[in-house]
Design a protein around this ligand. Structure first.
Ligand SMILES: NC(=O)c1ccc[n+]([C@@H]2O[C@H](COP(=O)([O-])OP(=O)(O)OC[C@H]3O[C@@H](n4cnc5c(N)ncnc54)[C@H](O)[C@@H]3O)[C@@H](O)[C@H]2O)c1
Length: 338
């Protein structure tokens, strides 16, 4: 399936097809220098499959994990392109999860003020969410995504076959982002996930459903002036959990935990059993609530002492609520804690 994303001259196609990594040269212009970026947790054959289709591949394999979204790795990618004589007509290809996509995309956005970027996401999280929409970034001094850009890829190739090698916890983390989008925008998709005997058997439908939602949002609000902020459902408190417990939880798991306080009782009553079936956490780690609130309030979406949070009153609906930092505590009460 090909999903065209319309953004004027920045429009591109998202191709979702089993085995598409083997057909990359059909969809991408690979008869030029291509910096292929992957990490050592991604099965090496994925990037090699793509490299074999390139005229002049330069393959960089970075250490896996969030710490790779760093200034040092960004510099390494830029230096590698400089050393290999990359010009503005060459390209960067990400083969990996959200970490590799965000980092390689930022290097592509910056090198010579922007060279073509192709994203080939290999985790469920990156296939349903991070590979489209053009947010690219690195972290600095423990602050996530603080240096970055909006830079759209020229094409996104999604090969659901790559999920076969992904461990169950990372699959679950990806499902969290799909639940996030359907809980806010699409009751039918949410209920499809909720009613499936095993949601992982319909993962391709979930990828396509989620991509259609994200596409609709990005087409209306590329730079996150309004509607796109709804995709931050679960992220205010989720980012705080990630800041404090990033060594224990994956990004998608933090988002799952972050959704629970930001919805009404009826919604939470549906999210908790669904998260349990998907293998996502439903109880907060023991921690100092005030500290968690402080970290959440210092999130870059905070505006003075007010924070705008996305609240889900009913599945498929959302409210943007501007709340005072002190009010956050009332959201964090109840059965969320160990
Ligand atoms: N740009 C955006 O819009 C956006 C949206 C959501 C999240 N993000 C970012 O995405 C990142 C998280 O992405 P992620 O969850 O994909 O994590 P990740 O990129 O760290 O990948 C998770 C792990 O899976 C391994 N892996 C990747 N593909 C694999 C495969 N097919 N088989 C086996 N192992 C594989 C990786 O080596 C890594 O160890 C965070 O940095 C987050 O901030 C960005």
């Amino acid at each position: 399936m090909i999903l065209p994303l319309s953004l004027g001259e920045r429009s591109y196609d998202i191709v979702v097809r089993r085995g598409v990594l083997h057909q990359a040269s059909e969809f991408l212009q690979l008869n030029r220098k291509a910096l292929i970026v992957t990490d050592d947790g991604v099965p090496a054959e994925y990037a090699q499959t793509v490299a074999a289709q390139c005229a002049t591949p330069v393959l960089v394999t970075l250490p896996q994990g969030e710490t790779t979204k760093s200034m040092a790795c960004f510099e390494l990618l830029c230096r590698t392109m400089l050393e290999h004589g990359f010009t503005r007509t060459d390209c960067v290809v990400a083969v990996g999860g959200g970490v590799i996509g965000d980092l390689a995309g930022f290097a592509a956005a910056s090198f010579m003020r922007g060279i073509d970027f192709y994203n080939l996401p290999t985790t469920l999280l990156s296939q349903v969410d991070s590979s489209i929409g053009g947010k690219v970034a690195i972290d600095l001094d423990g602050v996530k995504n603080i240096v970055g850009a909006f830079y759209q890829p020229k094409k996104v190739l999604i090969d659901p076959d790559t999920l076969a090698s992904l461990d169950p916890r990372h699959l679950a983390a990806g499902m969290a982002e799909a639940v996030k989008m359907s809980a806010t925008f699409d009751k039918d998709l949410f209920e499809t996930i909720e009613r499936a005997d095993d949601p992982y058997t319909i993962v391709e439908d979930i990828i396509i459903g989620s991509l259609k939602l994200k596409r609709m949002v990005v087409e209306q609000d590329e730079k996150e002036q309004g509607l796109r902020k709804v995709l931050n459902f679960g992220h205010t408190v989720g980012h705080a959990v990630e800041t404090l417990f990033g060594d224990q939880y994956f990004h998608g798991e933090c988002v799952a935990l972050g959704m629970l306080p930001m919805c009404n009782y009826e919604v939470r009553r549906r999210l908790i059993p669904l998260f349990k079936r998907l293998g996502l956490p439903t109880v907060y780690p023991e921690c100092n609530k005030t500290q968690l609130m402080m970290v959440a309030a210092h999130d870059k979406k905070a505006d003075g002492f007010d924070i705008t949070v996305v609240f889900v009153p009913k599945i498929g609906e959302y409210e943007m609520r501007k709340i005072h930092f002190d009010q956050l505590e009332t959201y964090l009460e109840g059965d969320l804690w160990k």
